[in-house]
Design a protein around this ligand. Structure first.
Ligand SMILES: Cc1ncc(COP(=O)(O)O)c(C=O)c1O
Length: 388
């Protein structure tokens, strides 16, 4: 399933946008947005075909298809150890929208939101879009100690929320149970909402183990809104489908009202819900094969990147991105990005503030969710560029 002959570059060049194959000049390998180069599991395509065969594509329930909500509740209960109920879960048209919705629900103009640094741009973007101020909290790469005293010092009377991104895109950190407990206790002490983005939670490399913060205890669970999605684990990015879950009924009511799903102004597409629930119900085998492939690609990528003078890549614990410190080259992230694009014909994401925050300067990020052949080609092009 994850061999080179499963990657159809002709299709990807027409359909894979967001900095990927359809957007880069011919000959460039885009290791940019984290979106797999492999087609989704066949069960997902078959379920969509079955659903459309009788040609009724009527309005769905505003809070989501019952079967979808039940699949997601079962996933959170059995795989994430969170006592989850379908009535407090609803589908949204992407995890990205879920993040925005949580900000819209709980953050008012002038409120402060603590976001990790570095972290995916979505947290800052969503916070600022609703008029809030993003306050960066530095998370060191690898398993270096996190300074939780600093976290407490960053909290002011205006702080409303802490955004947790676990596993952390772009560094690949998987937070330990103890770290999550500390974050949860701080949030409870200051009555802060915890936004827990767990879209990467399936992509965790052994022996690391993922823990959902909402599984820790009831007090923390009641402060937490969990958001997840199906783009990373199952290759469904174009279907724009995600899930928002609260354990606190009052939070759920506020989120659902803010979603505008009842008015039909927003809502999650029924075909996307069918796809996501099929992924959860039937595609475990596919996900396991994907993670096993990624584990090998991670080892290959990290090993090869670390042979380049001035590059230092700490192996990610989760996520399929390699976040490499390039400060030893004496060049900036943007300079390395340009050099790789022009000389190696490989597109990466520079560690620029607009992508990952200030803490990313001096790094580049590369996705390795591709075939071994494509990754090997990209890595040898990069190595050749630096041996010139
Ligand atoms: C941490 C994180 N959250 C959310 C998203 C967006 O997911 P979706 O495709 O469901 O909007 C991404 C995508 O890169 C991500 O890395």
């Amino acid at each position: 399933m994850f061999e080179h002959n499963s990657v159809n570059l002709d299709i990807l060049k027409k359909r894979a946008f967001n900095l990927r194959w359809a957007t880069v000049p011919e000959g460039v390998i885009p290791l940019t947005a984290a979106d797999p180069d492999f087609p989704c599991a066949p069960e997902i395509a078959e379920a969509i075909i079955r659903f459309t065969q009788d040609r009724y594509l009527s309005y769905g329930p505003p809070a989501g298809l019952t079967e979808f909500k039940e699949s997601v509740a079962s996933f959170f209960t059995h795989k994430r150890n969170i006592p989850a109920h379908p009535e407090f879960i609803f589908p949204v048209d992407s995890a990205a929208f879920g993040i925005y919705l949580i900000c819209k629900t709980f953050v008012s103009t002038g409120d402060e939101v603590i976001i990790f640094d570095p972290v995916d741009f979505l947290f800052r973007y969503a916070t600022e879009t609703v008029g809030g101020k993003a306050v960066p909290f530095a998370i060191p790469p690898g398993d270096a100690a996190v300074d939780f005293d600093l976290l407490e010092r960053l909290i002011s009377t205006k702080t409303r929320m802490i955004c947790l991104c676990n596993p952390l895109n772009p560094t690949g950190k998987v937070f330990s149970r103890q770290e999550l407990l500390t974050i949860g206790e701080i949030a409870c002490k200051h009555n802060l909402i915890i936004l827990s983005d767990e879209i990467w939670s399936d992509i965790v490399f052994a022996p690391n183990v993922f823990t959902s913060i909402a599984s820790l205890n009831e007090e923390i669970r009641n402060q937490t809104v969990t958001v997840t999605g199906y783009s990373k684990s199952y290759g469904l990015a174009g279907l724009r489908i995600g899930t928002v879950m609260a354990s606190n009924p009052a939070h759920y009511a506020l989120l659902f009202a803010a979603s505008l799903h009842n008015s039909t102004i927003h809502g999650a597409n029924v075909l996307s819900q069918v796809a996501a629930m099929t992924a959860l119900n039937e595609c475990d085998y596919w996900l396991q094969g994907f993670v096993a492939h990624l584990q090998r690609m991670k080892d290959l990528c990290v090993r090869e990147l670390n042979t380049i003078p001035g590059f230092n890549c700490i192996a990610p614990e989760g996520c399929y991105v390699a976040f490499t410190d390039i400060k030893g080259t004496g060049r900036s992230s943007n300079e390395i990005y340009q050099l790789l694009l022009e000389e190696a014909k490989v597109a990466v994401v520079p560690g620029a503030k607009e992508w990952f925050g200030e803490g990313a300067e001096g790094f580049i990020r590369m996705s390795f969710a591709t075939s071994e052949d494509i990754l090997t080609d990209a890595l040898s092009r990069i190595k050749n560029t630096f041996s010139l």
